[in-house]
Design a protein around this ligand. Structure first.
Ligand code: ADP
Length: 671
């Protein structure tokens, strides 16, 4: 009875471009392989055996002719459809085993099943069974480097069988083995054939070819003969006792080897299979990172520094602005200041004389006004005896001491009656006290301001309030006294209104505006509330943060380019690994996601480390320089980690895509 045709090649040609001309390596191969056959393709080196084998295994496409696998024409198949054939029907055994060095035997065997979407527990169980049946039960957790050549080849046989391996393609499977291991491998292949696997072996060795039922001789890219071998050789012609035992062991375990594959196509299409593959890609990426620790660390460095800089600077800016805001809040958040002019810094504001004591009275009558205070400023020469200095003179109302957060060191502030009577009294600041009264108590003494003598009734404690400018002496007088006695003017520099509890700042602001516009006939003033100050500080902080972030983005882009560079190197270095994965059935998307996940992991981990480092550095700074405050925000940390992941995706995509588009054969042939 004739068996079903599995593989059918018709007039298959393959040529390679060599310079300007194309060199044909296979010249019209016609070949049919039926289920259950054991075929040896024999020929001298360079005759085109491997080229033919690659076409049979769907690792390569013919230049012309047709190739059908189980009736399906492979000519117009997409890369992923070819990958599915490699995954589900073929099992590859290579001369150099092509195992993945960083995976143990069990994990190597499982790789095809990972891409087929088999659940972890199932594939683990089957991998162990396969390895046990091939006599490797003691070696399941060994890495390839810890195994002999013969053992490695048995691991690769187990891998070929993982998804069923209906058709096993062995390219010089004994080429790198000693005689004994070579015999073992051939015996195993014969056993597999006896259990129903179709086997195709490529060899240059007639003794190996003699183990097959059918021998196809190929020479210069053409089939020279195709003969049935009546007398199949037993690889153990010189069988010793040990070999007999091993043959028995293989026979006993035949059941496992020939078992139906565990792939369930329904299962492989479900989302959980995608999740499982993603998990595997994640684990593989993690392993790859671990096996190249130093390089991974260096790659991360750019990202770590970039993220650390952003997070720290944002924290610093936030810390500073929070501090300013809390200072303002301490001054009282419910005040509104009215200035003459159109806006802050208006050059005309000194000449705008509209704000008067009568405005003060009008505002005092409002229901929302808790208190209304005035202030006028001038500068003047102050003298005491031979000592003289320029000073800032602040004419203020009583409340302003509280509003500006000024505290007395000694004495008192002036009273309402002194204010009403334009009394010649003053409160001096610490600078003035130090300058004019280095040794004596200033209280009760007289100081000359301009031409007016003033009695000192209070001395302020040192303060960092903005109203006292550096070392410049500042003296505080009733504003009424300043207006009449010093300046002879009837307008105010500003009016500060404290809002009653329960009234909102915006409502008060619009009322003040309405009242003053009615009184002045035009809007020749502007308002500034603690709210607007805070808003402008927040805006300034925001601008600052944005500016720094822009610089940080540049540094992150540089970091990202570093990641891309290293990923490109990594792809080049691991080309063989990619080839192996493709040969056992990885889709392009599997390779893409593996490298992409690796890039994202490097960047994300770098991002997290950057955040952590920034936090540690921040704590140290705050410990040694308590005046500097860093305020970390969850937003900036989340943004940092998201940015670093985005960099991973953006800069990892190109190398990952070039990895996924590699030609499997070229990749495999790379050392
Ligand atoms: P065998 O496996 O029988 O030793 P191959 O199939 O490897 O032979 O190679 C057959 C011929 O094809 C050789 O002459 C080789 O130089 C050529 N060849 C194989 N691969 C390529 C390639 N990628 N580019 C150009 N020539 C190639």
């Amino acid at each position: 009875m004739q068996h079903e045709v599995l593989l059918e090649l018709k007039d298959v040609r393959r040529s390679y471009n060599s310079g300007a001309s194309a060199v044909e390596v296979l010249h019209g191969i016609d070949l049919t392989v039926r289920r259950g056959e054991m075929v040896a393709i024999i020929g001298p080196s360079g005759s085109g055996k491997s080229t033919l084998m690659n076409i049979i295994g769907c690792l390569d496409n013919p230049s012309s002719g047709s190739y059908r696998v189980m009736g399906q024409d492979t000519l117009n198949m997409q890369p992923d459809e070819l990958a599915a054939l490699r995954r589900d029907f073929f099992g590859f055994i290579f001369q150099r085993y092509h195992l993945l060095g960083h995976l143990c035997a069990r994990e190597n065997v499982q790789v095809p099943a990972v891409y087929a979407g088999v659940r972890k527990s199932k594939r683990d169980q089957r991998a162990c069974e396969l390895l046990t049946s091939l006599g490797l039960e003691e070696r399941v957790d060994y890495r390839p480097a810890q195994l002999s050549g013969g053992q490695q080849q048995r691991v690769s046989i187990a891998r070929a069988l993982m998804n069923g391996g209906q058709i096993i393609l062995a390219d010089e499977p004994t080429g790198a083995l000693d005689t004994k291991s070579g015999q073992d491998v051939m015996r195993t292949l014969q056993e597999l054939n006896a259990q129903g696997h179709t086997i195709i072996i490529v060899t240059h060795d007639p003794r190996i070819a003699a183990c097959a039922h059918r021998v196809i001789a190929i020479e210069d890219g053409s089939i020279k003969s195709d003969t049935i071998n009546e007398q199949v050789a037993d690889p153990f012609a010189l069988q010793d006792e040990q070999a007999a035992q091993s043959a028995q062991a293989t026979q006993a375990s035949g059941k496992v080897l020939s078992e139906q594959p565990v792939i369930n196509n329904q299962w492989s299409k479900t989302w959980s299979s995608h999740l499982d593959r993603f998990k595997e890609a994640f684990v593989m990426a993690y392993r790859a990172m671990l096996s190249n620790r130093m390089r991974t660390m260096l790659t991360m460095l750019g990202i770590i520094i970039g993220i650390m800089a952003v997070v720290s600077v944002v924290a610093l800016a936030r810390g500073a602005s929070e501090r300013i805001i809390s200072n303002i809040a301490a001054m009282g958040t419910n005040t509104i200041t009215v200035y003459p002019g159109a806006r802050m810094g208006d050059v005309r504001s000194g000449r705008v004389r509209s704000l008067t004591a009568r405005d003060l009275v009008a505002l005092q009558g409002q229901p929302f006004a808790d208190s209304v205070s005035a202030s006028v400023q001038t500068s003047s020469l102050i003298r005491r005896g031979a000592e003289e200095s320029n000073a800032t003179v602040q004419g203020v109302s009583l409340d302003l001491f509280r509003v500006y957060g000024l505290l007395l060191k000694s004495g008192r502030i002036f009273s309402q009656s002194e204010l009403d009577n334009k009394a010649q009294v003053c409160v001096i600041d610490d600078n003035t006290a130090k300058l004019f009264f280095p040794t004596e108590d200033p209280l009760g003494k007289t100081i000359i301001v301009g031409k007016v003598g003033l009695r000192i009734i209070g001395v302020l404690a040192p303060s960092d309030s903005f109203i006292i400018r550096g070392e410049q002496p500042t003296i505080f007088m009733p504003y009424t006294s300043v207006m009449t006695r010093l300046m002879n003017q009837n307008y105010l520099s500003s009016v500060v209104l404290r809002i009653k509890d329960g009234f909102s700042t915006p409502v008060a602001e619009s009322s003040i505006k309405r009242i003053l516009i009615t009184r002045h006939g035009r809007e020749d003033f502007f308002l500034q509330s603690s709210d607007t100050i805070m808003k402008s500080i927040e805006e300034a902080t925001m601008t600052f943060t944005l500016m720094i972030s822009a610089i940080a983005v540049i540094s992150l882009v540089v970091g990202g380019i570093g990641v891309m560079n290293i990923m490109l190197v990594s792809v080049t270095e691991r080309t063989r690994e990619i080839g192996i994965r493709m040969a056992v059935g990885a889709r392009q998307s599997d390779i893409l996601s593996q490298f992409l996940i690796e890039a994202v992991m490097v960047c994300m981990l770098g991002g997290l480390m950057g955040v952590l480092l920034s936090y540690i550095v921040g704590q140290l700074i705050m410990h040694f320089w308590p005046t500097i405050v860093l305020s970390y925000s969850v937003d900036s940390i989340v943004a940092a980690v998201l940015t670093s992941s985005a960099i991973g995706i953006a800069f990892g995509f190109m190398p990952a895509r070039s990895a996924s588009r590699l030609n499997p054969i070229e990749a495999l042939s790379r050392e």
